[in-house]
Write a protein that binds this ligand. Structure first.
Ligand SMILES: [Zn+2]
Length: 308
């Protein structure tokens, strides 16, 4: 039986993490702009072994357990965290692995989604995670949304995380376009829509969709999120780690959006301690009852994502 929820001690749900990056704890200097962070992340991922990533994920789970988290929604791209998640699941932790899909090439969309569906994560419930609107294509987003909908699975998508993302989506310019010069197909053109508008257009919003971050949504996009019953996970530690501006929690709550809390990865946070995330979320959201904020991380809410 799940113990009663204590706002100071849990048990907590961490609704957004990338355990496979745990070995990068402390490797990247906090406060970098997003593109500089991405450059370092890509480099570190190239240089590190799969074994180190698996071990980092295992240590991450120990950190979660030691700090009162017993439910986790994790994003997997290298699948190195699957075995640690499976072990944790066997020991009673509620786990969900979002299988990441990332390619902006429309011609590779079907293959990328099918590959994700065919991955082996037995023992760990799963969903699909088209990475973000600017790192995927409309055919990929549509196919992933359809597959998830038909199978009753959740989608997790990073969305409206940075101003740079909005710029590349709207105009095809800016640091993310420059960073991705070789990443995007030669004939790539921007959708000319804001991230959340675009996800809506591609059929990705709905009651089984979890958007991560949503720092840069326009008012009508917040309304789209609410109206479609889409959920959002905000990550206070990562928000501070990057030194970002207004934390979106207050705005989302005021709009009536269903919100969860997460840590994001140890490549962009100091810890995986949900007690700290809860405290930080309250500090960043003055005027909202801290108990209401803590309740967003109540492990009993894991049942929204994980039925077993
Ligand atoms: Zn993330």
């Amino acid at each position: 039986m799940t113990p009663p929820f204590d706002p100071e001690a849990g048990p907590f749900l961490n609704a957004h993490c990338h355990l496979e990056l745990g070995h990068l704890r402390g490797a990247i200097t906090p406060g970098l702009d997003f593109v500089s962070w991405l450059e370092r992340l890509v480099q570190f991922k190239k240089e590190s072994s799969l074994a180190a990533s698996t071990e980092g994920a295992r240590e991450g789970i120990s950190l979660l357990r030691a700090t009162g988290t017993d439910a986790i929604c994790d994003v997997v791209s290298m699948y190195t965290s699957v075995e640690p998640l499976r072990e944790a699941s066997r020991e009673g932790m509620k786990t969900l692995a979002f299988r990441e899909i990332l390619t902006p090439h429309p011609l590779l969309a079907d293959e990328a989604v099918e590959t994700a569906i065919l991955q082996e994560t037995a023992g760990v419930p799963w969903g699909l995670s088209p990475h973000a609107p600017h790192t995927t294509s409309a055919p990929l987003l549509r196919r992933a949304a359809r597959e998830a909908r038909e199978a009753g699975r959740w989608l997790c998508i990073h969305a409206a995380e940075t101003g740079e993302e909005v710029e590349v989506m709207m105009a095809g310019t800016g640091p993310l376009r420059e960073f991705g010069a070789e990443f995007y197909p030669a004939d790539w053109s921007p959708p000319g829509m804001r991230p959340i508008e675009y996800l809506h257009e591609c059929g990705c919003l709905g009651p089984r969709t979890l958007l991560a971050h949503v720092n840069h949504a326009a008012d009508h996009e917040v309304e789209l999120i609410r109206r479609t019953g889409t959920s959002v996970v905000v990550c206070p530690g990562a928000h501070c780690w990057f030194g970002r501006g207004e934390f979106p929690l207050r705005r989302l709550l005021d709009a009536g959006v269903r919100v969860y809390l997460g840590t994001d990865s140890l490549a962009s946070n100091w810890d995986l301690d949900m007690r700290k995330e809860v405290r930080l979320a309250a500090e960043l959201t003055p005027g909202v009852d801290p108990a209401r904020i803590a309740a967003l991380a109540d492990a009993r809410r894991a049942g929204d994502f994980i039925s077993v």
